[in-house]
Design a protein around this ligand. Structure first.
Ligand SMILES: [Zn+2]
Length: 69
């Protein structure tokens, strides 16, 4: 059983997708909003939240990476 690293921002228990992996949440501030990225390091499921609300991945990327026009 691998040791859990204790320097990660947050650990929020077990992944609801695979029911085995631990999920990791990283919170950052983007454009004045709190953006949280949660991922399972076993099955690589990903979730994004902005100010506590789930957001589609595509709109998050649009907010983080400037798009060329
Ligand atoms: Zn998982």
């Amino acid at each position: 059983m691998p040791d859990k690293p204790d320097k990660l921002d947050k650990l929020e228990g077990t992944c609801p997708i695979c029911n085995q992996g631990d999920v990791i949440t990283i919170t950052m501030s983007v454009s004045g909003s709190d953006l949280s990225f949660t991922t399972c390091h076993l099955c690589e499921a990903k979730w994004w939240y902005r100010d506590g609300e789930p957001v589609p991945l595509r709109s998050v990327i649009g907010g983080v990476i400037p798009q060329r026009r």
